[in-house]
Design a protein around this ligand. Structure first.
Ligand code: ZN
Length: 440
């Protein structure tokens, strides 16, 4: 089971896959370096979370005649940073979609993906937009920009990163990102929704009907997107639904409330310190907007209050196309709340825990910023897949997470020593730490 996605196998797969990346150099140009070497080298920086990884390995190669970029990341010859930028800049980021798909197919084969199934055996896929690369001076042809009040133009990139989440699991599985491309005359919200639609058009075929529940914030709870998911692609959604952006729906809810037409359910929870009262209200078959043929949705609300003081601790409302009953309302609210994981785990790790390296690695004139972002997300997915499937990796990561040194140890070890494979590296670390692998 572990061999299916061993790191050595993953890197060989990427090496093979990236041989097919387009190389726009004219034949008489300096073609000393392969595009695949550039992509693998960039990936190694993100995977190691170390901007200086390549520089150290070039030094190592001079000293020892060998290096870890070759042995661990399948790179034939490490290109210079400039060459990496030049080779990757012309490559549209959708060339990496197949790599995300390959990882997910392998996760499915190991049975690992199935453990992510949740409500009615659907996969929960949270959709969220994230901004990256922001600058007042550096920009490219794929930058979005906005002008502030003082007239200064801010350039930035943003993307939708869908992630598979599971309530109560610390792991999230990234799917391939879709970049938010600026379009004239469209507001930010339109651009984000349009990017989600583009993602759905390209990737809905990866899932059978009624297999996915999409999660998202209020901006996704709009008629065209809900209809696309419900009617066209036969999937499910649980989206946050706020009164300010859904006046028709909330007018109907007000009248149901007056006539006591809303269903209710409540229960007591102990949070370890004090009791909480979790109160649900819900109703089915409401129009999401005014006008004819409006998408029908089912609405639910969760209020959590302090048992003693009555203070409101949490409040949220969602719409869904899952039918809501007294039996499932708590589970559906839990599903809706799982969206926070995207912000807490996926995006925060990407932003703050060392993955936001693309910023100091370069921007490019065309696709480079988006290519780096894609490789960054892919590196994050591979780390998660290793955590889930690779016993040695999991043992090391869990042991060293406590000391917050996993990545520092990787950096230090690979700076001083050359390892001929990931397996050798992990065995060395396990032996040095006197850890014992659990029996298979
Ligand atoms: Zn740009």
């Amino acid at each position: 089971m572990t061999n299916l996605l061993s790191l050595d196998k993953v890197m060989r797969q990427f090496q093979e896959s990236w041989q097919n990346l387009p190389d726009i150099r004219k034949p008489n140009n300096n073609t000393r370096y392969e595009v695949s070497d550039a992509a693998l080298s960039a990936f190694s920086v993100f995977f190691m979370q170390s901007p200086s990884f390549l520089a150290h390995q070039r030094d190592m190669h001079k000293r020892k005649g060998k290096d870890n970029v070759s042995s661990l990341f399948e790179v034939a010859k490490i290109p210079s940073d400039n060459q990496i930028r030049n080779l990757l800049d012309p490559i549209a980021p959708n060339h990496f979609h197949a790599d995300f798909k390959w990882v997910h197919e392998n996760l499915a084969q190991t049975g690992c993906l199935a453990t992510f199934q949740d409500y009615q055996n659907t996969y929960l896929v949270a959709l969220d937009g994230v901004g990256f690369q922001s600058s007042e001076t550096i920009h490219c042809e794929n930058c979005t920009y906005r002008q502030d009040r003082g007239g200064t133009i801010h350039y930035y990139h943003s993307a939708i990163i869908p992630v598979m989440v599971k309530p109560d699991s610390p792991h999230v599985l990234s799917l391939c990102p879709e970049f938010i491309v600026p379009q004239d005359g469209h507001e930010k919200q339109d651009c984000e929704r349009a990017a989600v639609k583009r993602w759905l058009v390209q990737h809905h075929g990866d899932y059978q009907a009624h297999q996915v529940t999409f999660l998202g914030d209020d901006l996704y709870a709009n008629h065209p997107l809900c209809q696309l998911i419900d009617e066209t692609y036969k999937q499910f959604f649980v989206f946050v639904c706020k009164p300010t952006s859904h006046t028709t729906l909330y007018q109907r809810l007000d009248s149901l409330e007056e006539s006591k037409g809303l269903d209710t359910q409540s229960g007591r929870h102990w949070n370890g310190r004090h009791g909480e009262i979790w109160s649900y209200r819900f109703t089915n078959q409401l129009s999401l907007r005014s006008g004819e043929n409006a998408q029908l949705v089912n609405w639910l609300e969760l209020t959590i209050t302090h048992e003693k003081s009555g203070k409101r601790l949490y409040y949220n409302t969602w719409v869904t196309n899952h039918v809501i009953t007294t039996e499932n309302v708590a589970h559906l609210a839990k599903v809706g709340r799982t969206r926070w994981k995207v912000e807490n785990e996926n995006i925060n790790i990407l932003k703050t825990k060392g993955y936001n390296l693309s910023h100091n690695f370069g921007h490019g004139d065309s696709h480079l910023a988006n290519v780096f972002f894609s490789l960054n997300v892919l590196a994050f997915l591979i780390h998660t897949a290793q955590h889930l499937l690779n016993t040695a990796y999991r043992l090391l990561r869990d042991t060293l997470a406590v000391r917050r040194t996993f990545f520092n140890d990787l950096k230090a070890l690979t700076r001083y020593m050359v390892f001929d494979s990931w397996q050798t590296l992990f065995e060395f670390m396990i032996e040095g730490l006197e850890l014992e692998l659990p029996p298979p």
